[in-house]
Design a protein around this ligand. Structure first.
Ligand SMILES: Nc1ncnc2c1ncn2[C@@H]1O[C@H](COP(=O)(O)OP(=O)(O)OP(=O)(O)O)[C@@H](O)[C@H]1O
Ligand SMILES: [Mg+2]
Length: 440
C-alpha cells in the first residue's frame, strides 16, 4: 500500500534558510534538515525522503555534486530533487536540470510558489509510485496468467496425446480381437470340415482294406486255378491262356493290388491329416486341458507341412510335464511361428522344433536358419500390424496373436536372432500350470 509521500529533506548550509523552510513545511510534512552536502547524502540514503530541497552553493560539496551523487546511486536516484538557490542565471538552472533535478527555484523564496511546486512534485511522485506498484502487480498477474496458460497448454497436449494413445490402443485391441475371432472361426470351419470328412473317410479306408484282402484272395485262387489248368486238354488250355492274355488278367491282378495299396496309404494319410486338423483346432474342447507340448507341436507341424516343403525339419522333443492350456490357441501360436520360420528360410535350410523343461518352466522353441531379424525391427515384431513383408503378403498379426495367446497362458515368448544366421522363438510356460507327470 502506497503511503502519502510526506518526508522532505532540506539541505542548506545556512541555518537561517533551513529554519525558514522547515517552519514553512513542518505543519504539513515531516522535515529532515542537513547543513552540508555530505550529511545530506547520508540522510537521503538512510531515510529515503520523498523529496529533497537542495541548496547549490555550499562549502566542501556543492549542491550540483550532491545531486550528481544522488542520481548516480540506484538507492537514491529516483528521489526528486528541487534546487533552491540564489544562482539565477539560466545556465545555472540548465546545469541543475541536466543533473537530473526536477525543478529549480531561485531565492529569495516565494513561499506559496515553492509550496505549490512541492505539493505538485509530491503528488506526481505518489502517482509514479502508484503506477510502479500497479505495473509490478500487473506484471505479476501477467506472469501468473502466462504460467497458467502454459500449464494449461501442457495439460492439453498431454491430454491429447493420452486420448490419441488410448484410441489407438483400443483400435489395436479391437482389431486384434477381430483377428482372434476370425482365427477362431477359421479353426471352427477347419474342424467342421475335418469332422465331415472323417465319416466317409472311415468307410473309404475300411472298403479299401476289404477290397485289398479280396484281391489277395482272388490272386491266390487264380494261382491255384492256373495250376489246375494243366489238367485240361491242350486245346482248352491254349484257349484259356489266350483269353487270359487278351484280358490282361496278370496285369490286372498285380496292378489292382498296387493301386489298392497306394489308395489305402493315401486314405490313411488323409485320416492322419484330418486327425491333426481336429487336434490342431480343438474346437470340440473349448476348455483348458492338459496337453503335451510335443504333441501340439507335431500336429501343428503336420497341418502346415505343405508350407514347409522347401526345408528340412528336425524334431527334438524331451519328455515334459503336460501343460494346462487351451490347446487350439496354443497350436495357433505355434503355427504362426512355424509359418514365419518357413517364410524366413530360403533353400537349403532347416527348422528345428524342441521341447524341454526345467524345475521352473516347460519350454518349446522354433528355430530356423533363415534370414534373421534386424535389430531395429526386433522390438516391434510383437506389435499388431507390424510387418516387413510386401503389401498383401503379411498382415503383421502372426506374432502379436502368438504373444497374446502365450501371455494369456501366463507364459513368456522370447526371440533371439542374428541376421543371415537365423532366429529362435522360445516359449516358456510356468510349471504351476502343469501336471507333475512327464509326458513323452
Ligand atoms: N522367423 C523369422 N525370421 C525372420 N523374420 C521374422 C521371423 N518371424 C517374424 N519375423 C519378422 O516379424 C514380422 C512380424 O511377424 P508376424 O508373424 O507378426 O507378421 P507377418 O508374418 O509379417 O504377417 P502375418 O503373420 O500376419 O501373415 C515379419 O514381417 C518379419 O519381418
Ligand atoms: Mg507371420
Amino acid at each position: 500500500m502506497i503511503q502519502d509521500p510526506r518526508k522532505i529533506l532540506v539541505v542548506d548550509d545556512s541555518p537561517a534558510n533551513l529554519e525558514i523552510l522547515s517552519d514553512l513545511m513542518s505543519g504539513e510534512y515531516e522535515v529532515l534538515c542537513s547543513l552540508s552536502g555530505s550529511e545530506g547524502l547520508e540522510l537521503a540514503l538512510a531515510e529515503q525522503p520523498d523529496l529533497i530541497l537542495l541548496d547549490v552553493m555550499m562549502p566542501f560539496m556543492d549542491g550540483y555534486e550532491v545531486c550528481r551523487r544522488l542520481k548516480g546511486n540506484p538507492v537514491t536516484s529516483e528521489i526528486p530533487v528541487i534546487f533552491v538557490t540564489a544562482l539565477n542565471h539560466p545556465e545555472d538552472e540548465a546545469r541543475g536540470l541536466e543533473l537530473g533535478a526536477i525543478d529549480y527555484v531561485t531565492k529569495p523564496i516565494n513561499f506559496p510558489i515553492v509550496h505549490a511546486r512541492i505539493r505538485n512534485h509530491l503528488a506526481r511522485r505518489r502517482m509514479e509510485s502508484l503506477l510502479l506498484e500497479r505495473t509490478v502487480l500487473l506484471d505479476r498477474e501477467v506472469a501468473a496468467h502466462l504460467d497458467a496458460r502454459e500449464q494449461l497448454e501442457l495439460l492439453n497436449r498431454e491430454l491429447k496425446a493420452r486420448v490419441v494413445h488410448e484410441v489407438s490402443k483400443n483400435r489395436l485391441k479391437d482389431q486384434a480381437l477381430m483377428v482372434n475371432d476370425k482365427l477362431a472361426s477359421v479353426g471352427q470351419l477347419a474342424a467342421g470340415v475335418a469332422h465331415e470328412i472323417n465319416n466317409p473317410l472311415g468307410f473309404i479306408c475300411g472298403n479299401l482294406g476289404v477290397l485289398l484282402k479280396n484281391f489277395g484272395k482272388l490272386t491266390e485262387f487264380d494261382t491255384l486255378r492256373q495250376e489246375h489248368a494243366t489238367l485240361l486238354p491242350l486245346a482248352e488250355r491254349e484257349r484259356c491262356a489266350e483269353e487270359r492274355k487278351s484280358l490282361d488278367i496278370d496285369y490286372i491282378l498285380e496292378d489292382s493290388i498296387e493301386i489298392l495299396t497306394e489308395s489305402l496309404s493315401g486314405a490313411e494319410r488323409i485320416t492322419k491329416i484330418v486327425r491333426d486338423l481336429r487336434n490342431f483346432s480343438r474346437v470340440d474342447t473349448p476348455v483348458k486341458e492338459m496337453v503335451s507340448l510335443s504333441e501340439c507341436m507335431e500336429s501343428t507341424l503336420n497341418v502346415c507341412l505343405s508350407e514347409l516343403q522347401h526345408v528340412s525339419i528336425r524334431q527334438e522333443y524331451e519328455p515334459t510335464p503336460g501343460i494346462l492350456c487351451y490347446a487350439g490357441d496354443l497350436n495357433q501360436a505355434l503355427l504362426n511361428m512355424l509359418i514365419n520360420a518357413g517364410q524366413a528360410v530360403k533353400q537349403p535350410g532347416e527348422i528345428t522344433l524342441k521341447c524341454w523343461s526345467d524345475e521352473r518352466n516347460v519350454y518349446a522353441s522354433v528355430s530356423d536358419t533363415g534370414c534373421g531379424i534386424a535389430e531395429k525391427f526386433r522390438e516391434r515384431i510383437f506389435e499388431p500390424f507390424f510387418t516387413t513383408r510386401d503389401v498383401g503378403q503379411g498382415a503383421g498379426l502372426g506374432l502379436s496373436v502368438a504373444h497374446q495367446i502365450v501371455q494369456a497362458h501366463g507364459g513368456v515368448i522370447q526371440v533371439a536372432s542374428e541376421v543371415g544366421v537365423g532366429t529362435t522363438f522360445t516359449l516358456a510356460f510356468p510349471l504351476n500350470d502343469t501336471s507333475k507327470e512327464m509326458i513323452p
